[in-house]
Design a protein around this ligand. Structure first.
Ligand code: FAD
Length: 392
């Protein structure tokens, strides 16, 4: 890494034979009419497409870039039960509906596992560590770790109280809790597999940006898509496309890096530590995918810029060594945009007649996003009020 800036590199997940074989989808040209239009083809938009087409509607899905060119293809690949907030915190903030959301995400994970199989969804569980691997590097870190040990206990107690699986973890990485129901994936593989399997009646188009979204119409650079139902499934930068949501979501940047392979099975499952701000997954080929540090650079990370920064990447260099337990060689660095909401609940909101927007997953949207997509379709087609765990 140079001091001046970062040489852009591709996303680490894209170095994968299945992904390199993706043939792409043609851009949409001219005017089109469909029953429904979905803007954004990440994990959430693809779930909305499948839901709408499954209800017998003709659907046009568009993405400004490739399928999953946003956070859905650039994230840590953790498939975790629940929302961004740990269960005990979520219950304290929103009440019993937090448990309902937890169960919905586990159901969503089971559905994904059935559709995509074990090559994509690896049911290995996850570890929430108190602190980071290795001995604390300062008195402050040691004290923070002590507090987090207590918080892990409160977290585990909430899970047990609701019959959700959890075990204490005390192993080579440190202490914390193990959540056996969770899973890991290459997120791009997930999205491209789902895109390849959309039901008949749905047509997907890449490199097609929505410039304006109104009741009954989505304007692109080359025409208008007329559709009675529109689902906007854009997490990061949602408020850029729909400025009326500017007070309800705020975009932040999250950053990651990938390394050359490290010691096999150093991380047997996704690991997140230091209150969940830092995380790493080891792919079956031994590479580490490491992210975090946003809280340490909070002001500069409230941005719609999705390029990696020198400061956060320097932090991730050190974090990768702690996660690996050995020196690492970094191969890829990237970032992406996600949106946060004031009370931590994701958004599912009607913004115009027949137009529903979803997003604001607070950095944990791989399963919550598809749950929100189901709620969006139920709201748009049936007028069903979204559940209380979504802000509507
Ligand atoms: C570094 C990082 C690590 C993360 N780690 C995890 C994790 O491990 N587990 C987890 O659950 N969550 C994680 N998240 C959050 C998660 O990635 C997101 O919440 C989730 O991917 C959101 O998916 P989505 O489909 O709703 O939105 P996005 O992935 O943001 O997809 C939106 C799509 O819309 C397209 N788009 C945007 N504007 C337009 C437009 N005007 N017209 C057409 N298309 C448009 C974009 O190109 C994009 O493909 C992480 C996020 C990041 C950035």
């Amino acid at each position: 890494m140079s001091r001046e800036g970062l040489t852009p590199s591709p996303v680490g997940w894209d170095s994968d034979r299945d992904i390199e074989a993706w043939l792409g989808r043609a851009p949409l040209d001219g005017n089109h009419t469909a029953d429904a239009c979905v803007v954004g083809l990440g994990g959430s938009g693809l779930a909305a497409v499948a839901q709408l087409a499954g209800r017998g509607l003709s659907v046009v899905g568009i993405d400004a870039g490739r399928v999953a060119s946003g956070a859905a293809g650039r994230n840590g690949g953790f498939l975790l039960g629940g929302s961004a907030a740990f269960l005990h915190d979520a219950i304290a903030r929103w009440g019993a509906c937090a448990v309902e959301l937890y169960r919905e995400t586990l159901d969503e994970l089971a559905r994904l596992e059935t559709v995509l199989g074990p090559r994509v969804v690896r049911r290995v569980g996850s570890i929430r560590l108190a602190g980071l691997p290795g001995a604390p590097e300062s008195v402050a870190e040691a004290a923070d770790r002590e507090r987090e040990v207590a918080d892990c206990a409160a977290h585990a107690a909430a899970l047990r109280a609701h019959g959700l699986a959890v075990q204490d973890y005390d192993g080579p990485l440190g202490t914390g809790i193990y959540l056996p129901d969770d899973a890991a994936m290459n997120p791009v593989r997930r999205a491209l597999r789902l895109a390849a399997a959309v039901p008949p009646g749905a047509a997907l188009h890449e490199r097609t940006s929505a410039r304006r979204v109104e009741a009954g119409r989505v304007s692109t650079d080359s025409g208008v898509i007329s559709a009675g139902v529109v689902v906007v499934a854009v997490d990061g930068c949602l408020e850029v496309l729909l400025p009326q949501l500017a007070r309800r979501v705020r975009t932040a940047r999250l950053q990651m890096l990938a390394t050359q392979p490290v010691a096999a099975e150093r991380l047997s499952c996704p690991v997140y530590g230091r209150w969940g701000y830092d995380y790493a997954q080891q792919a079956p080929d031994g590479r580490l995918f490491v992210g975090g540090g946003r809280d340490l650079f909070a002001e500069q990370e409230w941005t719609t810029d999705a390029a990696p920064s020198v400061q956060v990447q320097a932090y991730l260099d050190g974090l990768a060594v702690r996660m690996a337990g050995e020196p690492v060689r970094v191969s890829h660095r990237w970032a992406a945009s996600v949106a946060y909401t004031p009370d931590g609940r994701p958004l599912c909101v009607q913004v115009d007649d027949g137009v529903v927007a979803i997003g604001g997953y607070n950095g944990t949207g791989n399963l919550v996003g598809p749950v929100a997509a189901r709620a969006a379709v139920a709201l748009a087609l049936d007028g069903t009020r979204p559940p209380d765990y979504l802000a509507s």
